[in-house]
Design a protein around this ligand. Sequence first.
Ligand code: COA
Length: 199
Amino acid sequence: MTADPAAELRGRLRAVKDPVLRSARLEGVLPQRRMIPELVRLMADPRIARWALNIPSPYRTSDGEEFVRRARAGRRKGTWLALQLLRRADGVLVGGIGLHHLDPVHGRAEIGYWIGRPHRRRGYASEATEAISRFAFRRLGLYRVEARMSPGNTASEAVARSAGFRREGRLRESLRIGATRRDEVVYGRLRWERSGRRR
Ligand SMILES: CC(C)(COP(=O)(O)OP(=O)(O)OC[C@H]1O[C@@H](n2cnc3c(N)ncnc32)[C@H](O)[C@@H]1OP(=O)(O)O)[C@@H](O)C(=O)NCCC(=O)NCCS
């Protein structure tokens, strides 16, 4: 990164072109309005909002529109890269992945992911997590990517592990959920660490 790492990261994000990610079975593309009806259908599963805490539930068309707007603004500002995951074979929307809290000064970001219920347990989240981590290190020049999840989200922990992230610890009461507080488990992967993928 240069003397102005924020400007450099913004420039790198603005330069990305679809498909931003390409892996064996998936493409990661910038959020598209035409995908909103399918997004709303997949988000009808309440377990997504239960674990991915920034996702509204029930999820309405207006939430999808707001998501597309905020994703565009986040990329322009250099704070958030949100992608929709499409199956390459037929273009079907299977989930979403993103890099949040992009921090150009320290070269780090937090990854978030979800996969629609009909598409789970096929390795898609692991495949996309590996692809976006590589993109973060190589194309955005980041040094560290984190994944944070609520204790008990064993599927999310397994995804992080299978993409080469290491469990680093538990942040006590780091989230405020209404009137209560909740711990978070933290996984991290550094630029020089190898992928954990076996597939
Ligand atoms: C977590 C989630 C993204 C996993 O997606 P997925 O595509 O089914 O995950 P994968 O198929 O890549 O599975 C990766 C690993 O997790 C394991 N796994 C997946 N779902 C699991 C479950 N419900 N229970 C236990 N292990 C699970 C798989 O066996 C696999 O393990 P392996 O690599 O040792 O073989 C998906 O369940 C989801 O969207 N959940 C709701 C939203 C959410 O929790 N997001 C994360 C917020 S931090």
